[in-house]
Design a protein around this ligand. Sequence first.
Ligand code: DSN
Length: 443
Amino acid sequence: MNYLKSADPEIEKLIKQESIRQKEGLEMIPSENYVSPAVLQAMGSILTNKYSEGYPRKRYYGGNDNIDEIELLAQTRAKKLFNVAHVNVQPYSGSPANLAVYMATCSPGDPVMGLNLPDGGHLTHGWKVSFTGIYYKSHPYHVKKDGRVDFDEVWKLAKKYKPKLIWAGATAYVYQYEFDKFAEIADSIGAYFAADIAHTAGLVIAGAHIDPSKYAHIITTTTHKTLRGPRGGMIMVTKKGLKKDPELAQKIDRAVFPGLQGGPHDHTTAAIAVALKEAGKPSFKKYAKQIVKNSKALAKQLIKNGFRLVGSGSENHLCLIDLVPNFGPGGGFFLQYALDHAGITLNKNTIPREPASPFYPSGVRLGTPTLTTRGMKEKEMKKIADWIWQVAQIIANNSLPENKEKRIAYLKNFRRETNKNKELSKIKNQIKRFASSYPIFAW
Ligand code: DSN
């Protein structure tokens, strides 16, 4: 019985269309993934009916015996996988998780440090328009020309401003995070060191990325990126964190609830538990290692084709193409739009020392977690890199006008021309045939 179709045919149709898009296209946004049917089933379960403010065995409402067991299972699995002393699985997503870390460790106005947003950092690491940059005194650090964190600058800023909290982590960083270096700096000034591994959590537990558990005091993550779970978040306190502050676990828990959130999303907690169980299997390790192999293969072929990559490669799950040689400053939109039209989804992104703006950035960010979930390997990455290059050649003669009025008209025309471009339609058909032959639930 298709309940949705009879109750709400409009929504049912849109979901169907989206599932076709996800099947027929190549999803290369590095923060996305395809969850397993088991995770989906837990997400869509009757657990969504329940309220359970509080924590296991300490709830404000009755009827929570089953929910307690579910949350405890999620906690136990996370603690084991990430080798941490304490975990809170209730944050609604990555940003609320990070806010809870501020609330647990800082007072409003305290100095904090994180990677600058246009350099690949995250909004919640202190960017000026985020709550975290408005209510705390943010002193962002940057990357060098090669895209690597400038640790000389991190040392200098840390000594000068004595931040209470230092973040490591990013949304567009092609190297492994050097947690040991951050720890040395944070420890030298008595700061809390939080590792935000939202992008790389799956790689960390598979041994495909440096493990932060012995360096950081706090680890935050989303659960829906390389970890391949539902949209959610977790905050972990390491043994080192408890040594620095024996109250840290309670501070984090109090910050999540009642500090920032109400009732946890129990259907999400259950789906997180399922995803963590899947992530504990040897097949997941193989999967996560293949993500990195695929990203390296993709980077190699993109460079061979003629693209300029930030950092000249990839050490993790993503690549960042610097499109200044192709379209001049601010040209990320051109490639994102044309590829979307051809069936490859990625996102425009700032590059280090961005010459344009976060709204019209000069690069694109693309990654391999979803393609790897579908069973693709190095051979397929080569083919996809070739398509990306072909599309870039088709739209090669575009550049973003500086004048605002001219820019609007130019982009309107670009969209119109792209939509009717026959060469792009041909590539779209090839991609559709190719992508459709790889199942979404391949593992
Ligand atoms: N939106 C996430 C990403 O794409 O990296 C960060 O929050």
